[in-house]
Ligand binder design. Sequence first.
Ligand code: GLN
Length: 471
Amino acid sequence: MSSGIISKGARQLVDELQGGSLEASKVFETYRKRINELTKLNAFITSLEYKPNARKEGSLYGLPLAIKDNISTEGIRTTCASLMLKDYMPPYDATAVAKLKAAGVSILGKTNMDEFGMGSSGENSAFGPTRNPWDIERVPGGSSSGSAVAVSARLSPAALGTDTGGSIRAPASFTGTVGFKPSYGYVSRYGLIAYANSLEQIGVIARTVDDAALIFGVIRGKDRFDSTSTDAKPVSSNTGRLFSGGHFKGALLPQLSDLVSKDVREAFDSSVAKLDSEGIEFAEERVEELELALKSYYVVACCEATTNLARYDGVRYGPVADPSRDWKSAISESRTMFGKEVKARIMLGSYMLSSGYYEEYYLKALYIRRNLKLRLLKLSESYDFIYTPTMPVLPWKIGEMIDDPLQVYLSDALTVIANLTGAPAISIPIALKKGLPVGGQLQGRYGLDDRLLELAATISGLLKFRGEPSI
Ligand code: GLN
């Protein structure tokens, strides 16, 4: 069990820092020491020395945080865990980072991840796999692997992650932490190095729902540098059930349970039974449109990735190949810097966007996505939330699935739904199975992030999961 400073959550640290009973430098150095002691977890690509933040009046003054390495930090190397950007120094801060700094945060470092966010295990990193503190032979989930491990192993009180198809929630589930993906547009993507713009969001990994809400409260909001950002409440926010009278109703999706392993199903079913006994009502729903959700996700994600990653050519970004070479071979040389998974997706995306196949794949995927969105919006008029496991399986052994990418893609089946629809979703730890954490996922209605957070806090309180890795 951890003790002292590292046992305190973000909210408690902030209270004590503001009350004067803790010093910002002391808190930072305590975490820094632990980061240096636990380098075997490979959670950080870059760890930093203490730099005092002058914003003493800031609402998070003195709070140290870890930031995923695809979120731009001015003057701090930001690699996306790729050789392509191994020396890249952003000249500006992402809006989310600028807001945290303005609130008084000090950055502990930049966390390991799957290269450019492409992966579900944390193994696709040019800096080596991140390790799960519950069992260091196992994957911690990805792509925000280092952020989740940092929070789980008490290397940071909380962290920023990004979620394109589950990259905050998957590692939160595998490490026993809370992972929150806000509604699309509720956090500015300015300064987030793009993988698939229409799907991704910056969000928070923390130890409790309350801590995630605290940090979300600081980074959210419309930003003039991101035209897709918004802070408008949805017009329909007063329709539907929406926590009427404190009585909650959750939708279950049993059609997805074939995907779910026995261990995860047992943990999930007992959480449903417990919540049911506490007065939360559940009903089963069949959503035909879910059958093609995962396929649609991978088509859209690869197509957007191809377009976004075209800028890494050694001219605009990426290491410059020998300028005496001809143009074409210099560019291809520079593009060999990408890892295997990234190359595969660029090729798939280019194929699916090419003439003739565009209609066959990309447009169909958009059509499936739209239907799913409409159907789930309708469903949210009768329910407060959709409840599923976060990951269908327990964390696997490092290397075990490396030659079976399709199996890894399948593990995203439950998380991609919220990226396709843009709805907020959160993973909370619900149980341990075979000594490994299992996460439950709550999806809310688009734009009602605060209500989802309230509900997740209530459900966490009822499930009373306690536990941390003994590392
Ligand atoms: N595993 C999914 C993918 O590889 C999701 C990744 C993410 O959310 N960045 O695309």
